[in-house]
Design a protein around this ligand. Sequence first.
Ligand code: GDD
Length: 323
Amino acid sequence: MKALVTGITGFVGSHLAEYLLTQGVEVYGTYRVRSRMDHIHHIRDKIHLMECELKDSNSVDSMIFSTQPDFIYHLAAQSFVPTSWNSPADTFWNNVGAQINLLEAVRKYDVNTRIQIACSSEEYGLVHPQETPIVESNPLRPLSPYAVSKVAQDMMGYQYNQSYGMHIVRTRTFNHEGPRRGDTFVLSNFAKQIAEIECKIRLPILEVGNLNAMRDFTDVRDIVRAYVLALQHGEPGEVYNIGSGVPIRIGDALSKLLEMTDRKITVKEDPKRMRPSDVPLLHCDARKFSEKTGWKPMISFEETLRDTLEYWRSQLHVVPPSV
Ligand code: GDD
């Protein structure tokens, strides 16, 4: 079986490629000239890489025609929420335009493929406490340009299934973290700051944004298993929440990370890290997905935090303290 992963050089893409290889799948992936390759360096000779600009329909057409994949995991996106306020048009065009090109190419060549679309819990946006845990029928009240782009991707997946009968499964994934996570995302950013403090390239002051937000974290290695199950057992046209079901305050997650270092660290609010509007509470109800596929997360939150911190220590060559 052939699987195509868009965004294979990224955080989730690289973990998914690793997992697919363990399942005996032939893995194809798209990259752009400016993509960093370090996340897939260790598997580079086991996968097929194709240079493809997803915003360019010609580039996507020839990539789909030459690959003819059985499965497509569409992960490529501008995924950092704050960037979407600085460049809303680019976020929208990047996320939505790329998907139009991909779905149109599959339709044009009548490729018999199953497509997973990586949508997001950010789509739920403003959620009132009495509306939790969040099920798929909750209202979508997006609070960022990024979230709006994900609502558009989500609705487009529904529409292409309804209009053309294409095998499309949408996943609304809640926050996921782990090794290789980009250093702008919250837990990875905090872990990197701790590792920098440990190797004395940063003063012992850890900068933070909104510590009161609640997020539902899952390890990326559990998420990629879920994506594979989504295309094996998910109903075409359906949408599924994927998350641990355990919301945690960002401030409490930071406290757990700080327990993993022997350094005395002062926490300081950085006004630049505050957002024009922040999603206050995400709490996943993943029962629809678990009942359909048997998925459940296996990796504890503590393990995710520890592995993320170890990742940054190894990147910075820090010897871990014995706490
Ligand atoms: N990035 C960041 N940096 N976030 C901070 C910080 C900080 O210093 N301090 C507090 N936060 C808060 C943010 O305000 C937000 O409430 C929460 O931590 C999580 O922020 P991010 O890690 O940037 O993730 P996100 O929740 O905005 O979006 C992520 O999850 C979505 C799924 O729910 C991204 O991975 C999205 O791509 C994904 O769709």
